[in-house]
Design a binder for this molecule. Structure first.
Ligand SMILES: NC(=O)c1ccc[n+]([C@@H]2O[C@H](COP(=O)([O-])OP(=O)(O)OC[C@H]3O[C@@H](n4cnc5c(N)ncnc54)[C@H](OP(=O)(O)O)[C@@H]3O)[C@@H](O)[C@H]2O)c1
Length: 217
């Protein structure tokens, strides 16, 4: 069954899956949304907040009345709304956060996301995997680099005071958001080959490769 944008009013709906995304959105929407386990089979509109691998099977149980949250997966006839953020299970400040819409996402659900500050845009199904890979690069992989740097310092007994690497990461993002590529700093941007070589030599093998490869991109 295919969707029409106004088939279900979505003034109230169920969220299936009490993970990071489901809990965060349910808390933010309050009484508008009912948070249920992934095993629940409610009537009415359903937002699937379950792992990507569980989406297809569940979507078959709610034909024409469910939307999923996956940024990578596309199922013909099942719309998706992907919030371009990293949820931790609690309501947050999502003003200006893109929301990728694919397929005929019901207007009531789009309005509910808008109420939380999300900025919807249409994402063609064919672009979803690339879009999601970019999200992984900017989020999960960035976190891996950040946590790795913290671990390498800790191994040498360096315990940074205050907020540690967080101010550096925040300032970097602010500069890049404001100035684009011109906001990058560091020895690679400056062309400071001696510093690059000295820093690279101080890193263990795997990290040295990552350091040099990312620096050259
Ligand atoms: N986390 C993010 O930052 C984020 C951001 C954007 C989009 N998303 C999307 O949101 C969706 C959920 O991600 P998540 O990070 O919230 O996942 P999660 O933290 O792993 O939680 C998923 C929840 O789904 C339920 N579940 C697990 N396996 C299931 C199965 N086989 N069948 C039915 N229900 C199952 C469980 O809840 P119960 O115990 O209640 O059953 C689980 O807590 C994914 O499509 C993801 O791509 C996530």
């Amino acid at each position: 069954m295919r969707y029409s944008r106004d088939m279900e009013p979505w003034t109230s709906f169920s969220i299936l899956g009490r993970g990071r995304a489901g809990r965060a959105l349910a808390e933010a929407w309050g009484g508008r949304a009912t948070l249920l386990p992934g095993t629940a089979r409610p009537g009415g509109p359903v937002l699937l907040a379950v792992p990507d691998g569980a989406v297809e099977g569940l979507a078959r149980l709610f034909p024409g009345r469910c939307v999923h949250l996956s940024g990578s997966l596309h199922l013909e006839g099942v719309p998706s709304a992907h919030p371009l953020t990293s949820f931790d299970g609690a309501a947050g400040d999502w003003r200006g956060t893109p929301l990728a819409l694919t397929g005929a996402v019901p207007a009531g659900l789009v309005a509910a996301f808008r109420d939380l500050g999300f900025a919807p845009f249409d994402l063609p199904a064919a672009v979803k995997p690339l879009y999601h890979a970019c999200a992984v690069l900017a989020s999960g992989h960035a976190a891996t680099l950040w946590l790795g740097a913290r671990e390498l310092l800790a191994r040498q007994g360096v315990a940074l005071p205050g907020r540690g690497l967080a101010p550096l990461a925040e300032a970097t993002l602010r500069n890049v958001e404001k100035h684009g590529a011109a906001g990058r700093t560091g020895p690679f941007v400056r062309g400071d080959a001696a510093t690059v070589a000295r820093d690279a030599a101080a890193l263990p093998g795997d990290w040295r490769d990552v350091f040099l490869e990312l620096g050259d991109l």
